[in-house]
Design a protein around this ligand. Structure first.
Ligand code: ATP
Length: 239
């Protein structure tokens, strides 16, 4: 079913108090795609992800997921539908074990053998997490915590995975590894919306991308088109 519209965002406006930070956002994600959203610090990228997750209210506009209106849908229900966010800065539970962090990812699901099987799947994808399953999450390195955050999201059986700056603060080799994992996930049928300040790598990985500037989408195109766009090269790739 690759290519059918999965997420549709139309005319979305969102604010913190009196301050409007998202202005008339229009964006679409088709099933099977990796779509990247790039933009500077403070452009509104995290706010848009939180709005998709249901953690940030809309002032105006319309969001739908597989034809179903999201506007009034609770966060938990969105998770059950398969909209799962990996938050900025990982936000793993540092005082809980790796295993308990992963189990928490399945909080909206019926606990049982399927969850146990998915835990094993996460362990085979990330062997380091199995080795460290009894360690506290806070004892992991930054890259391992990012893997844990992704593993926790996988425990919810995502269909649309929302990733907020997964490369933040990680060494280049670890970033390569994380981006490799993201590509594998899409090959397995998970659709990905990737938010990044690291525009060059995010656009290189993406089928399509959007550029957000001070709360507005100013450019959109295929990953390749955006990478060769003069404005993107100057403003985001330092060329
Ligand atoms: P970053 O990479 O820093 O997360 P971003 O593109 O994700 O940047 P947002 O975090 O969405 O940007 O922030 C958009 C704007 O909203 C910024 O001007 C920011 O200062 C403001 N903002 C973010 N969170 C809040 C909040 N809780 N209350 C008030 N203003 C906020």
């Amino acid at each position: 079913e690759t290519g059918t519209e999965m997420l549709s965002i139309e005319g979305v406006v969102s604010s913190y108090g009196q301050i409007e930070v998202l202005h008339d956002i229009n964006l679409k994600i088709n099933s099977g795609e990796i779509v990247s959203l790039v933009g500077a610090n403070g452009a509104g990228k995290s706010t848009l992800l939180m709005a998709i997750s249901g953690l940030q209210p809309l002032d105006k506009g319309q969001m739908s997921f597989e034809g179903e209106n999201l506007n009034k849908m609770s966060v938990d229900k969105r998770v059950s539908r398969g909209i799962v966010q990996v938050p900025e800065g990982r936000q793993v539970f540092k005082d809980l074990s790796v295993r308990d962090n992963l189990r928490l990812g399945a909080y909206t699901r019926k606990q049982g053998p399927e969850v146990q099987r998915d835990l094993q799947k996460v362990y085979s994808r990330f062997p380091i997490l199995e080795q460290k399953q009894d360690n506290l999450a806070g004892e992991l390195s930054g890259g391992q915590q990012q893997m844990l955050a992704i593993g926790r999201a996988l425990m919810a059986r995502p269909r649309l995975l929302l990733l907020d700056e997964p490369s933040m603060g990680l060494a280049p080799l670890i970033v390569e590894e994380i981006f490799g994992i993201i590509r594998e996930l899409t090959e397995e049928g998970i659709t990905v919306f990737l938010v990044e300040q690291n525009a060059s790598q995010a656009l290189a990985l993406a089928d399509r991308g959007y550029v957000l500037e001070t709360g507005r989408v100013v450019l959109e195109g295929t990953g390749r088109e955006l990478l060769s766009n003069e404005k993107v090269r100057e403003a985001y790739l330092g060329m």
